[in-house]
Design a protein around this ligand. Structure first.
Ligand code: SF4
Ligand code: SF4
Length: 389
């Protein structure tokens, strides 16, 4: 018998977290005499900040079963899909496949999607796409744990997820083996206790085939071989796009198929009333996201924004650009269009979104070595996940 688990994580910010979870699963399975492998997907490497990536763990009773399971490109019928950032419930768009992949797409019917989140199941189900089969939504209560490339944030998210996996998929790993593996690997009784607590507290909810977000995920068709041109031809991206109804303004050409709807964990919101049109956000945005409107304002286009936060950092006007948790938004429409339609309503919306950041604060992680230790020293704790217990 085999079991497989995929961990969907934000590239770089959660790289170590994803790897520690899948490694922990294999180590725990070894305690039961099983054999297993933990691996990342080649197509997701090199990783980019925030771009969704995956790590897998496959365990089996025998080497032959494991080999048979791995004789395909990737596990597609996973017992558990772990999403260590709840914004990924909106869908997963990576470098390794095409279009938007629903978070539950590679979860087997009857399997579990385990999400670290402080949201309710009902809130998360507004984002998770309908599967057409029954599945289970499990929530490990806590905020997304982000760290930088060089840092692992020791807030026990790794072992809390392992404890929850033991609860929802005991045929893959049992709690006793998870505990034994944590003792061997991390030699930390506090982490063992966190795993056990999470096992006891993980909240699960059965989801029907027709429950969830009814939208059709964004997709596009690759060229068929008959349609390809001779030799290697890569069409260039045009310098400018025409925007119907615009008299003036400028929208740069963009990749027509790679949309970054799900690559960000935060998005910028702009106060067009206080914007001085200084151009800095436009100049510094690494993804050329800003459309210059006919009025000379700078409108961050959500098809292109990866949520890096550079525009917020460079904007010289206080509170003119604010990064807000992506979970606070439903659509991807133009903020400037809403502002032009009804300015007071837009400003009220803006205010509400910025306030939302207070309750669902998140960050991209740490910018330099030692920053996490400084944060811990300031808070007077040695670790522990906010919202976790
Ligand atoms: S967060 Fe700002 S700077 Fe970063 S990609 Fe989005 S619009 Fe550009
Ligand atoms: S950096 Fe700020 S003030 Fe300058 S154009 Fe962009 S939003 Fe406006």
């Amino acid at each position: 018998m085999t079991g497989s688990i995929e961990v969907v994580y934000r590239g770089i910010f959660q790289k170590h977290l994803g790897q520690r979870i899948t490694r922990g699963i294999v180590l725990a399975a070894r305690k039961e005499g099983k054999i297993g492998i933990s691996f990342g997907r080649y197509g997701d490497s090199p990783e980019r900040n925030g771009i969704p990536a995956k790590s897998f763990a496959v365990v089996a009773d025998t080497a032959e079963e494991l080999e048979a399971h791995l004789a395909r490109y990737e596990p597609i019928n996973n017992d558990v899909t772990v999403s260590v950032d709840d914004t990924l419930c909106k869908g997963v768009e990576s470098w390794a496949w095409y279009g938007l992949q629903p978070i539950n797409k590679l979860t087997r019917p009857g399997g579990t999607v385990l999400v670290t989140s402080i949201q309710t199941p009902e809130e998360l189900l507004k984002d998770c796409h309908r599967k057409g089969a029954e599945w289970t939504l499990g929530i490990v209560k806590g905020m997304a744990s982000f760290s930088g490339l060089w840092v692992f944030k020791e807030d026990h998210t790794d072992v809390r997820v392992l404890g929850a996996i033991a609860k929802v998929a005991p045929h893959v790993v049992k709690l006793e083996s998870v505990e034994a593996a944590i003792r061997d690997e991390w030699k930390d009784e506090l982490k063992v206790a966190s795993a056990r607590k999470s096992y006891d507290r993980v909240a699960v909810r059965k989801v029907g085939p027709d429950e969830g977000n009814p939208e059709k995920p964004y997709e596009f068709q690759l060229l068929k071989w008959q349609e390809m041109k001779e030799g290697l031809v890569i069409p260039a991206i045009p310098v400018k796009q025409e925007v119907p109804g615009w008299d003036g303004g400028y929208r740069p050409g963009r990749n027509p198929t790679f949309k970054k709807f799900s690559t960000r964990t935060m998005r910028p919101v702009v106060n067009f009333d206080t914007c001085t049109k200084c151009t800095l956000c436009w100049l510094q945005c690494p993804d050329s996201c800003f459309d210059i409107t006919p009025t000379g304002h700078y409108d961050a286009n959500m098809e292109a924004c990866c949520g890096c936060g550079v525009c917020e950092a460079v904007c010289p006007v206080e509170n003119c650009v604010t990064m807000v948790n992506e979970q606070a938004f439903e659509g991807n429409g133009s903020q400037f269009a809403d502002y032009e339609k009804d300015k007071p309503a837009y400003l009220a919306w803006l205010d509400e979104k910025i306030k939302d950041k207070v309750t669902t604060q998140r960050s991209h992680g740490f910018r330099y070595r030692g920053q996490y230790e400084e944060e811990l020293a300031q808070s007077g704790t040695e670790g522990g996940q906010k919202g976790g217990d």
